[in-house]
Design a protein around this ligand. Structure first.
Ligand code: T6T
Length: 349
């Protein structure tokens, strides 16, 4: 073989090897790159904890605000989150929702139980299915929200207001506005709801502290319905022309009571304590129909519940308190325009 042919053959061989190597690269590259860009995101979503919020009733600004707080914290912490609740504040409607959520096997459930007794067994079922259980707003059982009690220690935490204190604050303010004496009436939702029961207890403490100067002439249950609260209050106003003060123990009770007072032309004459802080309560405060608005902190309740759920999933039990009391912002005509008061008004959607 001539030297020239020999060199040509060597070059052909080198070229062939180069092409093989290039071919191999282009064939392998796409397959090797695809999973590197897609898998981590999918894996992260699959590994992220899932937390469900079951609130007390749809369309209630208090729970709308709680859900917003939970959702924002879930996004911040990379948690899969969903929320649901009944169309009315009723255990018979809430239990099937809880059962459907249990079937989806989230890692944790934050729940505002609509009845302190009826929800114990269904919530225990969720716990037995391996789900971390946290009370938000309301508590279950007879231990005033003490989840260190032996038969309730499976509950991770109770996050919510100090409702006895809230009732005392509201009614003391109204008693002062009444000049320390007179007739008093309470509008509330249903028996068996821990929050409003404790607010009534706090209000009765404030009345008892007057040593008989203030007389509680009655209390009605409105089933969490403002129209019913307005009707019942109108009847009480008609039968008691000398009524001095009213305590509405939640958003709907206070809304109905305030409407009845305004409709009867008794604005400023009958003093009203308004538990909860939707936009219309602030309007009623500015109009002189109600005298004090007690804003809870539902946004914080939602946020805290997500934090606790994540801590539980990570086994960081030392980060979880059995009771986390969220505070209040007390709003009167003196501070209604302050930044703190304005920020504590509930969201409506
Ligand atoms: O007052 C809140 C909540 O704390 C209570 O348990 C039920 O009623 C509200 O949601 C207001 O409507």
């Amino acid at each position: 073989m001539s030297h020239y042919r020999m060199r040509t053959l060597i070059w052909i061989g080198v070229l062939a090897l180069l092409m093989l190597a290039l071919g191999a690269c282009t064939a392998v590259a796409p397959a090797a790159q695809a999973p590197a860009t897609e898998a981590p995101a999918e894996e992260a979503a699959a590994q992220a904890p899932t937390v469900a919020l079951i609130y007390g009733v749809k369309g209630d600004g208090f729970y709308v605000t709680m859900e917003a707080g939970a959702r924002a914290k879930a996004e911040e912490m990379g948690v899969n989150f969903f929320a649901d609740g009944p169309a009315q504040f009723q255990a018979t409607l809430q239990v099937p929702i809880l059962d459907a959520v249990i079937a989806q096997q989230p890692d944790a459930i934050c729940i505002a139980a609509t009845d302190r007794q009826a929800l114990i067994e269904p919530m225990r079922r969720a716990y037995d299915a391996g789900i971390h259980m946290i009370s938000v707003d309301t508590f279950i059982g007879d231990t005033a929200g003490d989840y260190t009690a032996p038969d309730l220690d499976w509950m991770l935490s109770y996050i919510g207001s100090d409702n006895v204190q809230g009732g005392e604050i509201g009614c003391s303010a109204i008693i002062d506005a009444m000049g320390g004496s007179g007739k008093f009436y309470i509008q509330t939702t249903q028996p068996g709801v821990s929050t409003v029961e404790q607010r009534v207890e706090g209000c009765k403490n404030a009345i008892a502290a007057t040593n008989g100067a203030v007389e509680l002439i009655g209390m009605d249950y409105n089933d969490d319905n403002a129209a019913k609260a307005a009707e019942q209050t109108a009847a009480v106003l008609a039968n008691n022309p000398d009524l001095g003060g009213i305590f509405g123990t939640n958003l709907f009770s206070a809304r109905g009571a305030a409407q009845a007072v305004a409709n009867a032309g008794l604005t400023g004459v009958v003093k009203v304590a308004n538990f909860d802080a939707p936009e219309d309560a602030i309007v009623a405060l500015n109009d002189g129909v109600v005298d004090i608005v007690i804003a809870q902190h539902p946004y914080e309740m939602g946020q805290k519940c997500i934090e606790y759920a994540v801590a539980a999933v990570n086994g960081e039990m030392d980060k979880i308190e059995k009771r986390w009391p969220t505070g209040y912002t007390i709003i009167t005509r003196d501070n209604v325009n302050s930044e703190e008061a304005q920020q504590s008004i509930y969201k409506s959607q």
